[in-house]
Each structure stands twice: as structure tokens, then as C-alpha cells.
Design a protein around this ligand. Structure first.
Ligand SMILES: Nc1ncnc2c1ncn2[C@@H]1O[C@H](COP(=O)(O)OP(=O)(O)OP(=O)(O)O)[C@@H](O)[C@H]1O
Ligand SMILES: [Mg+2]
Length: 254
């Protein structure tokens, strides 16, 4: 069976123009993401990683190029409001470094929010939220507010909220950036367990080679371009190869 393509990015360019400054942040970036696949993006600071995620998530507009999600072209006007918000609700789940939970809502209310915005009935919302809370193992915390939870538990709420609408793509920008090593491992395990159970496609930016070893493929960015790629073997050699490839890129910049 051939792989189902979820995301196709073709010849994407982004130029930031300011009065005295012009930054070519993405230069002819092309790649694909299949259903159930996780692609990690690694690169030096300022290489365009967040710009890429922001454009795929319709939070910013490209200068040129094309994005297809589920074989549907993501036309330029979809980057403008109100289309962009609707597009995001249908297609994208976001997981950020800083969790971005609503502090006045409980765990179950935070996870329910995307379904309420989609207009599901109260019964449907309740059922799906309960299932998701069980999946992210937060049953004892469902009536608590984010401030009462650890960082790892808060990130599990954010993952539950991102996955609840079953979006075609999860975009994660440094999802374990604010967590210690043990908590990062716990979050990665739970995110990847969900990826397998739900056949979820994930595009994840990380500066951490260990985090990248969880992905199926790693794309290496430098100065707005994809300069290298690696398919993880899920063996001990992944870490060494990823670190080596990243070091080669770092050395180009000194
Ligand atoms: N809104 C903006 N206006 C002008 N230039 C911008 C803007 N956002 C980003 N840039 C520039 O575009 C380039 C890419 O930035 P981006 O934030 O995508 O990098 P990054 O790879 O995410 O870096 P980091 O690892 O530090 O988060 C940088 O040179 C940055 O200064
Ligand atoms: Mg960034």
C-alpha cells in the first residue's frame, strides 16, 4: 500500500522586508510528511524553523510557494483572516514549548475547548474529552487548573488539546524545551504512543538530538534551506549520526 501524503510543501520562500533590512528566511523549501509519520526539524538559531511552522500553521504568509494538506491546496487567501483561523481549527494541532493553556479553565475544559469551538454537542464533547483524558493519563487531574499541575502534566494537557479534534497535522515547536530530562522522556513517550495509536502526523522543531531520535526522519536546516536529511533507524546509532550531522552544519557557520 502506498503511503498517504498528509503535507506537501513545495518551493516555499519567505522574505521579511523591513525598511533597512531584508531577510530571506526560507529558500525554496520542499518536503513531504506522510500519515502517521513524525519529521523533526533541526537547525541553527535563525535558520527558519519557526518561520516554517508559523507558515504551515497559517500564522504567517509565505512570499511564494505552495502548501498542500490532504491533497488540498492551501491557497494564499487562506492565510488571511477569517480563513486562517478556520483553517487552523480544521487542520492543525499546536504544541508549544510554553504549553499555552488557559489558566482559568480546568484540565478537562482546556482539552474540550477545540471541540466546543467546532460546535459539537455537550454529550459528544464529554465523551471525547473523557477518552482523551484517559489516553494522556490525567484522570485524577481533570477538575484541576493548570497551575496545580507539574510542567510534564501541563504539556500532556496541551497534547490532549492538540489531538482532540484529530487534526491531520500536529505542529510542535520545542515541545520539551521547558522540561527536565526525565519529564521530556515521559512526554516524548506519551506523544509517540499517541502518534502510533491515532496514526498522527507530527512536524516537530527541536534543537535536542535526543528528542529528534524519536522522529522517523530528521531534516537539517541552515540559513533557510534544507541542507541534510536522516532517516532514523531507531537504534543506538541515531543519536551519534544526528549529533554528527548537526555538528557539520554548525561548523559551516563559524
Ligand atoms: N517577524 C519577523 N520580521 C523580520 N525578520 C524575522 C521575523 N521573524 C523571523 N525573522 C528572521 O528570519 C530568520 C529566521 O527566523 P526563525 O525565527 O524562523 O529562526 P529559528 O530557526 O526558529 O531560530 P531559533 O532556533 O533561534 O528559534 C532570522 O534571521 C530572523 O531574524
Ligand atoms: Mg524558533
Amino acid at each position: 500500500m502506498s503511503e498517504q501524503l498528509i503535507l506537501k510543501v513545495s518551493q516555499l520562500n519567505k522574505v521579511y522586508e523591513a525598511a533597512d533590512n531584508r531577510v530571506h528566511a526560507l529558500k525554496n523549501v520542499s518536503f513531504q510528511l506522510s500519515k502517521g509519520e513524525c519529521v523533526a526539524i533541526m537547525g541553527t538559531s535563525g535558520s527558519g524553523k519557526s518561520t516554517l511552522l508559523n507558515i504551515i500553521g497559517a500564522m504567517d504568509q509565505p512570499t511564494s510557494g505552495e502548501i498542500e494538506i490532504n491533497n488540498m491546496k492551501h491557497y494564499m487567501n487562506q492565510f488571511k483572516e477569517p480563513h486562517a483561523t478556520l483553517f487552523r481549527r480544521e487542520n492543525i494541532g499546536f504544541v508549544f514549548q510554553s504549553f499555552q493553556l488557559l489558566k482559568d479553565l480546568t484540565v478537562e475544559e482546556n482539552i474540550a475547548l477545540p471541540l466546543i469551538l467546532k460546535g459539537l454537542t455537550a454529550d459528544e464533547v464529554k465523551q471525547r474529552v473523557n477518552e482523551m483524558i484517559a489516553l494522556v493519563q490525567l484522570e485524577p487531574w481533570s477538575k484541576h487548573r493548570p497551575i496545580e499541575l507539574s510542567g510534564g502534566q501541563q504539556q500532556r494537557v496541551a497534547i490532549g488539546r492538540a489531538l482532540i479534534t484529530k487534526p491531520p497535522i500536529i505542529l510542535a515547536d520545542e515541545p520539551t524545551g521547558n522540561l527536565d530530562f526525565n519529564t521530556s522522556t515521559e512526554i516524548l513517550k506519551s506523544l509517540f504512543e499517541m502518534k502510533i495509536k491515532l496514526q498522527q502526523s507530527i512536524l516537530m522543531v527541536t534543537h535536542d538530538a535526543y528528542v529528534a531520535t524519536y522522529a522517523d526522519r530528521v531534516l537539517f536546516f541552515n540559513d533557510g534551506e534544507i541542507v541534510d536529511e536522516y532517516r532514523c533507524q531507531h537504534s543506538h546509532q541515531d543519536m551519534d549520526t544526528i549529533l554528527h550531522k548537526f555538528k557539520v552544519i554548525m561548523e559551516r557557520n563559524v
